[in-house]
Design a binder for this molecule. Structure first.
Ligand code: MG
Length: 325
């Protein structure tokens, strides 16, 4: 069965879609009430964010738009030191989409939400003319558990940790679009376990950010433009899997500018860096974490190359790879 305009009418077919797909998969007491808004209990300060997802293809090696829509918003909350609690999900569905496709996306969202321990408590569906496209907006609320995480708190001498290998999401999407067969999987994942491990060890986290569109180069340049510091990284320390490295070599790509969906940096005081690295290594998605550099006095991002030269790393210019998340 395909979605047609009547599924967006607000009538019986909309109601069927809500019950048979969304309530069935997201099933929780707050959503099941189907009231005009979700009424939520939260403690203390909250982090609140929103993100829209337009990735194509909808399904790719290692994930799909639904998993991405949950993990993306969960990770933005986590990066502010918040424990994600509640999400909303807005679907814009083009006519011609198979109902089974929406069901598979909702199933995947439910699975990701379960792992991230968040509830999807409100939602919306619209149907528009088109040809089988699906777009999702998620917003999220998290309770602040680690106070004072901010880009403004990066200080000279702080150490920068990266939670794992670069470029996997980007390479997986590109492989799919180009019809290249390989084993590269998107790294799409919720990163709360990394925050939890850092908090267990009482690490004073100065700053965290997930490394998504624009890649590591862009995130590091954001530190420079939003704080009064510079950044220095060591080329030899940057983790990239052999398979992604091979993929990049053939296509002339630079992992520094490639998108990820399950990687983050943490900036911590120098005297806690080794402890923080050990903590990240113990988390589910941090086994390949590395110390990659430090905050400096300068006003730019510099990479010390493996040949001991120095290269300036600029922000990503241009469009990168469109519709990657
Ligand atoms: Mg982010």
């Amino acid at each position: 069965m395909k979605i047609n305009m009547s599924y967006g009418s607000g009538g019986i077919q909309t109601s069927n879609l809500i019950h048979d797909i969304f309530l069935k998969n997201f099933n929780n007491k707050i959503l099941n009430k189907l009231e005009d808004s979700a009424v939520l209990k939260v403690e203390g300060n909250i982090a609140y964010t929103t993100d829209s997802f337009v990735v194509t293809p909808l399904f790719f090696n290692g994930g799909d738009i639904g998993k991405l829509a949950v993990c993306g918003t969960v990770n933005d909350l986590t990066m502010m030191g918040a424990i994600p609690k509640y999400l909303t999900a807005g679907f814009i569905i083009e006519e011609g989409t198979e109902i089974e496709t929406i069901d598979a996306i909702a199933k995947s969202m439910a699975l990701a939400a379960k792992e991230a321990k968040v509830k999807i408590v409100a939602g919306d569906t619209k149907v528009i003319e088109g040809n089988g496209g699906v777009y999702i907006n998620t917003s999220g609320i998290g309770e602040i558990a680690q106070k004072g995480v901010s880009i403004a708190n990066c200080h000279k001498g702080d150490v920068i940790l990266l939670s794992g290998n670069l470029g996997e999401h980007h390479a997986a999407i590109m492989s799919h679009r180009m019809g290249i067969e390989n084993n590269i999987k998107s790294d799409c994942a919720p990163l709360i376990s990394i925050l939890n491990k850092l908090m267990e060890q009482k690490i004073k986290i100065h700053f965290m950010r997930d490394v998504t569109r624009g890649g590591l180069a862009t995130v590091l340049n954001e530190i420079v433009s939003s704080s009064s510091c510079g950044v220095e990284i060591d080329e030899g320390s940057l983790p990239v899997s052999n398979e992604v490295k091979g993929f990049c070599d053939i296509l002339g790509l630079d992992p520094l500018y490639m998108a990820n969906e399950g990687k983050m940096i943490a900036v911590v005081p120098q005297n806690q860096a080794d402890m923080a690295l050990k903590a990240i290594h113990k988390s589910k998605y941090g086994k390949d974490a590395k110390i990659i550099g430090r905050i400096t006095e300068g006003k730019s991002v510099t990479m010390i190359t493996t040949l001991k030269g120095s290269r300036r790393i600029d922000i990503l210019y241009g469009e990168g790879l469109p519709r990657i998340c």
